[in-house]
Write a protein that binds this ligand. Structure first.
Ligand SMILES: N[C@@H](CCC[C@H](N)C(=O)O)C(=O)O
Length: 289
């Protein structure tokens, strides 16, 4: 079986071309592929399937609008609804492989259609849809409680504003959260304002641990910061802070920089998508014990 390895701001993926949906991808196989010592290594897997062969009626219903379905899996084998960096890398892969043309077109994801815009090379832009604000929430880390805002980008996020540099956080362990508030788990972001509409962020991802970037997470923190507006994040907690209707945010993550645009109707994520390697799995390793 062929694979391609790629990353978007160092959020890295094993891409599996499976146009006809022939591949049985168990959670154990995904975890083996993503293992950084015993496998190829990655924060997740992107299976490239024709939408009409997705094997999921809700996704196959999108076949008239999107030729390709991004079947995203976390490194632990769990399924997630969306992956913002993954969409960029997936689109770059399709164009590179001659399976799609440069330009603007829709991809199918479990969270619905996502429109990508890309040239023959360079950055990829994605219409990420409207961030959905779901109120406040809490996470705990290193004996401290952090208040944040719950934001859905198709997948669940808790965006916590902090005052100190994010580099000082210990994210070797998963932040604690209230399972009643997040029954499906949550991606927890910590962000700090470092300038005018400029944030730095680190993330602990559901199903993958700390990653060097999370595209849906960068939009979630920009949306949380924009909602706070000039009144600061505390204003939102106090019920004030209408936020900016249209704004562009620079978000620095350990793996690089992305740009998030919020226009009151939807959100856009722009950033790099890099293909690193092509290869072929050994069947004795892949299908071995
Ligand atoms: N890294 C991704 C998000 C991947 C899914 C996430 N771990 C989840 O379980 O929701 C991104 O770039 O958005």
């Amino acid at each position: 079986m062929r694979f391609v390895k790629g990353h978007g701001t160092e959020n890295d993926f094993v891409i599996l071309p499976d146009p006809d949906g022939a591949l049985e991808l168990s959670p154990e196989t995904v975890a083996r592929l993503c293992d950084r010592r015993a496998g190829i290594g990655g924060d997740g897997v992107l299976r490239a399937v024709r939408t009409k062969a997705a094997g999921d009626p809700a996704v196959e219903a999108l076949a008239g609008e999107a030729e390709w379905f991004m079947d995203y899996r976390n490194a632990d084998g769990s399924v997630a609804e969306m992956c913002g960096n993954g969409v960029r890398v997936f689109a770059r892969y399709l164009v590179d492989a001659g399976l799609a043309a440069p330009g603007g077109w829709d991809l199918a994801t479990r969270a619905g259609l996502r429109r990508v815009t890309l040239g023959a090379s360079g950055d990829v832009s994605v219409d990420m849809g409207p961030p959905r604000h779901l109120g406040g929430g809490e996470a705990s880390l290193g004996g401290r409680t952090y208040r944040g805002r719950r934001v859905s980008m198709g997948n669940p996020h808790l965006a916590c504003a902090i005052d100190e540099p994010v580099a000082g956080l210990d994210l070797t362990r998963a932040p604690g959260f209230d399972p009643a508030a997040f029954p499906d788990g949550v991606n927890v972001e910590f962000y700090r304002r470092v300038g005018e509409r400029h944030l730095e962020m680190r993330v602990y991802e559901r199903g993958s641990g700390e990653t060097r970037s999370c595209g849906t997470g960068t939009v979630a923190v920009a949306a949380a910061a924009a909602l706070a507006g000039n009144g600061g994040d505390q204003a939102v907690e106090a019920g004030a802070g209408a936020g900016d209707a249209t704004s562009e945010w620079t978000v620095d993550v350990p793996g690089g920089r992305v740009v998030v645009t919020l226009d009151g109707r939807t959100s856009h994520l722009r950033g790099p998508a890099v293909l690193v390697a092509d290869g072929e799995f050994r069947n004795d390793w892949l299908y071995g014990a």
